[in-house]
Design a protein around this ligand. Structure first.
Ligand SMILES: Cc1cc2nc3c(=O)[nH]c(=O)nc-3n(C[C@H](O)[C@H](O)[C@H](O)COP(=O)(O)OP(=O)(O)OC[C@H]3O[C@@H](n4cnc5c(N)ncnc54)[C@H](O)[C@@H]3O)c2cc1C
Length: 427
């Protein structure tokens, strides 16, 4: 109640735009705003890149065609239900809460919907590597970028055969791919053991060897352009007159516009404002390992039909898992990590674990596997860049460019209509 009585004071520190959340998405948004001459204050309760953006596999997926889909195979579903699958895990107590989201995800996984999503997402994926390269060059972070593509491996003939629609659509999009036999894959990555039967090399993907360092480099460049990064709790955001105000460690700051880029924490701010969107999460784990002898990887390698990735990072070989459906703040239950370990160790000579406990993060996911980039419904001056799911690292810079063009009133490089939040609102 006291907040409603607040008055906008002339002495209040002001900026053009508040950006809430300094993950790869919010940091890229702030940087793009600064590059257009707008003043922005980037607010986070911790340092840039220390949330979900810390722990990903570092892949910039310029080549991605289809999003992950709800399993259509009864045997796979049964394995998941029995908690024996490496592809997905869940907390039983969370199922009633996540059921509507899973049903919507299943509906979006119909073949024709996946093709529609592939078309809707292509303008973003298609520019993802180039937009990173622009920011990486400006931020002087080139040492983190590898343009060595991505290698996907398959143990099952059926999984490989099921890729035909993806290959066909990739061809119509003009995306390069190279199906390889075992020898072809081992020529690219000689430290792998031939435990797989098929491989696909996607040369259009890039990767980074330290996602945290990359976000920090973008934040430092934002600072060099005059932007301010401050500690603060985004949940203090409120409307005061025609402005948005937030409390920070440096005191309150106001702006006419604010961008919510809080990843999986976006509902903490949006729900009290009455902006109710079906943002779910897919939790994922990682742990770093050394490599035995002289073994090494020059690019991320995924065993797609097992459901894990090995990505070479500065900290070691980062083993990441696929989706766990559990409450965002529930304690970690890294059973999937244990389940994929025998497969990963058979593929690559993993050494000792680097950390004692695995890292846990929450991919912020809408059921249609598309982000929301645009205005917050019913909240003038509030913008959303949320729900980047499996591709927040990939899409951070391209999202930053798109929203900055919209905020600045410039012509967007692509039609932003498919990414509007209104697609979830009932009419
Ligand atoms: C295991 C795993 C592997 C992945 N691999 C890849 C990959 O290879 N390639 C790819 O493109 N993507 C990948 N992803 C997805 C990617 O990491 C995410 O989509 C991305 O990090 C989301 O970025 P974000 O900026 O939206 O969110 P975040 O990085 O989570 O940023 C949100 C920020 O908001 C801050 N915040 C939260 N609450 C508050 C508050 N109340 N006040 C102030 N600040 C607050 C947090 O501290 C955080 O810094 C992976 C994810 C996981 C979990």
């Amino acid at each position: 109640m006291a907040r409603q009585a607040e008055q906008s004071a002339d002495s209040m520190p002001q900026t053009d735009i508040l950006v809430l959340g300094a993950g790869i998405v919010g940091t890229s948004v702030a940087l793009h705003l600064a590059r257009r001459g707008l003043t922005a204050v980037l607010v986070d309760r911790q340092g840039p890149g220390e949330g979900t953006s810390y722990g990903n596999a570092g892949i910039i997926e310029g080549h991605t065609v289809f999003p992950p889909a709800f399993p259509s195979n009864v045997g796979t579903l049964l394995q998941i239900a029995l908690k024996r699958s490496t592809l997905a895990d869940y907390h039983l107590s969370f199922l009633p809460q996540v059921a509507p989201w899973l049903m919507a995800f299943r509906a979006s996984s119909r073949p024709e919907r996946l093709v529609e999503t592939a078309h809707v997402m292509r303008p973003l994926f298609g520019r993802a590597v180039a937009e990173h390269e622009t920011l990486i060059a400006a931020a002087g972070a080139g040492r983190h970028l590898r343009k060595t593509g991505w290698l996907k491996l398959y143990r099952s003939d059926a999984s490989f055969a099921a890729l035909k629609p993806e290959f066909d659509l990739a061809a119509t999009f003009g995306i390069a791919l190279d199906p390889l036999d075992i020898d072809g894959a081992l020529a690219l990555e000689p430290s792998l053991q031939p435990v797989f039967r098929h491989a696909v090399f996607w040369p259009g993907a890039a990767s980074v060897d330290n996602p945290l360092a990359l976000t920090r480099a973008y934040a430092a460049h934002f600072g060099a352009l005059g932007g301010g990064t401050v500690k603060g709790d985004a949940r203090t955001l409120r409307r005061v007159g025609r402005r948005w105000r937030i409390d920070t460690a440096d005191g309150p700051v106001e702006a006419e516009q604010a961008v919510v880029a809080l990843g999986p924490w976006a509902p903490d701010v949006l729900e009290p404002l009455g902006v109710d969107l079906p943002l779910g999460i897919k939790r994922g784990y990682h742990r770093h390992f050394g490599a035995k002898g002289n073994a090494g990887l020059t690019r991320p390698v995924v065993e797609a039909d097992i459901g894990y990735c090995l990505a070479p990072m500065q900290q070691g070989i980062r083993l990441t898992t696929s989706a766990e459906f559990a409450a965002r703040d529930a304690p970690p239950t890294p059973g999937q990590l244990a389940r994929v370990m025998p497969y990963a160790s058979a593929l690559f000579p993993l050494g000792e674990g680097v950390e004692a406990t695995p890292w846990l993060g929450s991919r912020p996911c809408f059921p249609d596997s598309r982000p929301v980039i645009g205005r917050a419904p019913g909240q003038p001056g509030l913008w959303l860049t949320i729900g980047h799911a499996h591709w927040g690292l990939t899409l951070g810079p391209v999202t930053g460019r798109l929203i900055a063009e919209m905020i600045a009133g410039a012509t967007p490089f692509t039609d932003p209509a498919p990414y509007r939040a209104e697609r979830f609102l009932r009419t």
